[in-house]
Design a protein. Structure first.
Length: 119
């Protein structure tokens, strides 16, 4: 088992309206190389193309969140497509089982990592 900890840009404050954050130098290609006890070489490669900075449990109106994100510098508020592969056409469609997001790699933050309450 391997634990990889990524130390990347974070905001100077989760609650201050005038926070700053360093620009993420993306994309980043990461390659992990290991060897099993039997001598078999294992390689795992992945690319980070987006970096998300959240405000923890801080709650604000959407316009305030947007202003905070844009005030960080080279960041913007996430779009639904950045976060999920769910199909949302109207309020009545939200509860249809085929419109919920499905866990998948490369299809958004929530679909790849799950609910943000766990982070």
């Amino acid at each position: 088992m391997v634990l990889v900890t990524l130390k990347c840009p974070d905001s100077s404050s989760k609650v201050e309206d005038k926070a700053t954050a360093p620009t993420a130098n993306l994309p980043v290609d990461i390659e992990l190389i290991g060897t099993t006890k039997q001598g078999l070489k294992l390689i795992d490669k992945f690319r980070i193309t987006q970096w998300f900075i959240n405000r923890g449990d801080f709650v604000a109106w959407p316009a305030q969140q947007k202003e905070w994100c844009e005030g960080l510098g080279n960041y913007r508020q996430a779009n639904v497509r950045d976060l999920s592969n769910a199909r949302l056409n109207s309020l009545s469609d939200n509860f249809h089982p085929h419109h919920n997001y499905k866990r998948a790699v490369h299809h958004g933050l929530l679909t790849e990592w799950g609910a943000m309450a766990y982070f």
